[in-house]
Design a protein around this ligand. Sequence first.
Ligand SMILES: [Zn+2]
Length: 104
Amino acid sequence: MTTGENSSRACEVCSGLSDSEYAYSKFGWPEHDTFLPDAAQNLVIVKDLRPLGSRKLQLRQCPACGAWFLYRTDYEYLTNGTEDEEFLTRLTEEEAAEYRNKPE
Ligand SMILES: [Zn+2]
């Protein structure tokens, strides 16, 4: 009876993403690397909040169900190899609107 309602949880693009995803890689230590799920690559970049920064901050949206995500990266220079981190966080409609309204 409720077919078609609340289907976002079963979205074919982003249902594999949890509310918060994290990946870590260290230069020269590929065996320790972790990666974001493939679905993260299928999200559409709606707004690049730091187009010139070396640390990324992007508002992304699922092309299938319209769910919002915040993607950001961070890194740290260490003498034995740079550490890179990626974060992907699911946003509520309200949180996403805040980022959309931010001036460039
Ligand atoms: Zn989706």
